[in-house]
Design a binder for this molecule. Structure first.
Ligand SMILES: *Cc1c(COP(=O)(O)O)cnc(C)c1O
Length: 361
């Protein structure tokens, strides 16, 4: 098989070695005589996978002891509900940075539950820029500040974190979790749907500061309450065992590669390859995003007109490249270059961009 160079935004490319290990183990898990996905989630075999995944994520992010890792269902989208239900129901309030399509969805759910103060709304600039981290001033009465560390559709990313004093930062990191080292202690809660940077769809990684668990209201139904999942080590109900198993393999690979510092270096090299190409050929390609906040995960660019963009995408398929069409809401081209995208995949795209510009510029 000739593998495609896969630039889909999510679900997205996985390391070939991980797919092959899954293939090897899927029928007979380590000689157990059955598959892990037909094994009880209360078995010793599954327990080991579950806890190894937690341990490796803790090691990679240097997660302090006063935080707990949770594996939940419902995607990042369920977090848009769970966060406000747990922390601002009963006339409480939170602060929000509305930086793009994903932040807007989180915001629209939060305001159904409590009061939301919008500290920044990028709409007037079509969500192409962010506030400087140093300029963000939270309301002291807020339960949390919600940010979206990387806007997957808009291609903008925070590279620094605000100082919020006692107000915890909650961040949707669905599309940049584990792409770089992180000062976890600055955050109250971090969450990420797995299918961008962590593994297959089905599991959502949540890292929560333990004191926040005491704020979860008893009035909530069980699944929506973080403290219930925390008390049961995310096995209150059946967890998405296959996705957690695959995620374990992905995070172990990151550890083998040298951890998040190394991951960051590779990701910066890959992003620079693309942005340098766009900037060098600026009469043909244009990145609409404020340079300071360009995403290292989702690189967005435009060509001189939509007809050329259509031909660019069609031509890329002939070169074995997939998923380069921008999100329907913004158009243009989007190359998602998550952790698992190899450097030579990005190099191939750059070659294609140069030759396409030469022929059509
Ligand atoms: C994909 C994405 C989501 C939605 O994730 P689901 O797992 O589909 O619910 C939320 N936020 C960001 C930043 C995303 O990229």
């Amino acid at each position: 098989m000739k593998r495609k160079i896969n630039f889909y935004a999510g679900p997205s490319t996985l390391p070939l070695t991980v797919l092959q290990q899954i293939q090897e183990e899927i029928v007979d898990y380590k000689g157990a005589g059955l598959s892990l996905i037909e094994t009880s989630h209360r078995s010793k075999e599954y327990d080991e996978v579950h806890n190894d995944a937690i341990t490796t994520i803790k090691e990679l992010l240097l997660v302090p002891d006063n935080y707990q890792i949770l594996f939940l269902g419902g995607g990042a989208t369920l977090q848009f509900s769970m966060i406000p239900l747990n922390f601002i129901s009963g006339r409480k309030e939170c602060d929000f940075i509305v930086s793009g399509a994903w932040a807007k969805k989180a915001y629209s759910d939060a305001k159904k539950v409590g009061k939301v103060n919008v500290l920044f709304d990028g709409e007037k600039d079509s969500y192409t820029t962010l506030p400087d981290a140093g300029s963000i001033k939270v309301n002291p009465g807020s339960e949390y500040l919600h940010i979206t560390s990387n806007e997957t559709i808009g291609g903008i990313q925070f590279h620094e974190w605000p100082d919020t004093g006692n107000v915890p930062i909650i961040s949707d990191m669905s599309s940049d979790m584990l792409s770089r080292p992180l000062p976890v202690k600055k955050f109250g809660l971090i969450y990420a749907g797995a299918q961008k940077n962590l593994g297959p769809a089905g599991v959502t990684l949540v890292i929560i500061r333990k004191d926040l668990l005491e704020k979860c209201p008893d009035s909530l139904t069980a699944y929506l309450n973080y403290s219930i999942h925390a008390a049961k080590n995310s096995i209150y109900n059946t967890p998405p065992v296959f996705s957690i198993y695959a995620m374990k393999l992905v995070v172990e690979r990151i550890k083998k590669m040298g951890g998040l510092g190394e991951m960051q270096k590779v990701n910066e090299r890959k992003a620079s390859l693309l942005y340098d190409c766009i900037d060098d050929l600026k009469d043909f390609y244009n990145c609409p995003v404020d340079k300071k906040y360009r995403s290292k995960m989702n690189v967005i660019f435009r060509l001189p007109n939509e007809d050329l963009e259509k031909r660019f995408v069609e031509g890329s398929a002939g070169e074995g490249m997939l998923g380069l069409k921008g999100h329907r809401s913004v158009g243009g081209i989007r190359a998602s270059i998550y952790n698992s995208m190899p450097e030579d995949g990005v190099e191939s795209l750059v070659q294609y961009m140069k030759s396409f510009a030469r022929k059509n510029g």
